[in-house]
Design a protein around this ligand. Structure first.
Ligand SMILES: Nc1nc2c(c(=O)[nH]1)N=C([C@H](O)[C@H](O)COP(=O)(O)OP(=O)(O)OP(=O)(O)O)CN2
Ligand SMILES: [Zn+2]
Length: 150
């Protein structure tokens, strides 16, 4: 049976700031992120299985990515907790804002690394994470490929 890649796309709105950056993205600002998650596997051969012909049900992949990423990052603001932005984050949290403190600079590169780990940990044994693409703007995106990260 052939190995097939399938992709599910997601959208979420997230704020961030790049502490110490030498450009306008040092300011708190937001993006309409577009996330593409590609997994690979073999379509189920058993015609009595309700998922017959599927690598993984798009709905099951959606549930994993929504629970791990979209529901958490949507309408949140991400700060690097190893910078003075932690003070700003605490102030926002005290005012009931949805803030995420991460252990990295929240660039698109570092976010795809984080997302890849989160998704890999949730996939069934027979399904492999192939790649992730995170688009910050119409012209800027970062990609993670399993083949380059063994
Ligand atoms: N390698 C990276 N460079 C930059 C990142 C990043 O995550 N990785 N992030 C930013 C800013 O957060 C923001 O995304 C600005 O990006 P940029 O593409 O420069 O946005 P512009 O709107 O200025 O770009 P246009 O060319 O006008 O579309 C900065 N750099
Ligand atoms: Zn940005």
């Amino acid at each position: 049976m052939s190995t097939i890649r399938i992709t599910k796309q997601f959208n979420f709105e997230t704020g961030h700031a790049l502490y110490g950056y030498d450009g306008k993205c040092k300011n708190v600002h937001g993006h309409s992120y577009k996330l593409s998650v590609t997994v690979s596997g073999k379509p189920i051969k058993d015609n009595t299985n309700v998922k017959f012909g599927m690598v993984i049900d798009f709905g099951d992949l959606k549930k994993i990515v929504n629970e791990e990423i979209v529901d958490i990052f949507d309408h949140a603001t991400v700060f690097n907790k190893n910078t003075p932005h932690v003070e700003l984050a605490k102030e926002l949290q005290a005012r009931d804002h949805h803030v995420i403190l991460v252990d990295y600079q929240p660039t698109s590169e570092m976010m795809v690394i984080d997302f890849a780990e989160k998704i890999k940990n949730r996939l069934p044994e027979n399904i492999k994470l192939y790649s992730i693409k995170l688009q910050e703007t119409d012209s800027s995106f970062a990609e993670w490929f399993a083949s380059e990260n063994k």
